[in-house]
Design a protein around this ligand. Sequence first.
Ligand code: H2B
Length: 103
Amino acid sequence: MTKALEPNDLELRLRELNAAAAQPWKIEDGKLCRNFRFSDFAEAFGFMTRIAIYADKADHHPEWQNVYNRVSVQLVTHDAGGITDRDFALARRMENAAVHRSN
Ligand code: H2B
């Protein structure tokens, strides 16, 4: 099982992730969080569809909420009781999927 990251590693990985992110990821309530905004609902839902297919294959699923063109994401590995490399892998995947269509 993947281990929850220690605070120092977490900060390091967060800085690496945010170096490539248009809007910052933040740690809130022990989860890796970011709000995405798209041009419209179709773009937001298209993003969610692409990520859902990846997440299910990886057996690692996001907590997320969608309202029209906005998608709020909170990533945590329940099995490990904290944020792990699997959450950062999913976050990077989200950045790549959203980079051409959102802020
Ligand atoms: N997703 C996330 N984000 N965290 C988990 O701990 C997790 C998961 N566990 N997807 C998986 C599924 C587990 O519940 C199943 C049984 O493999």
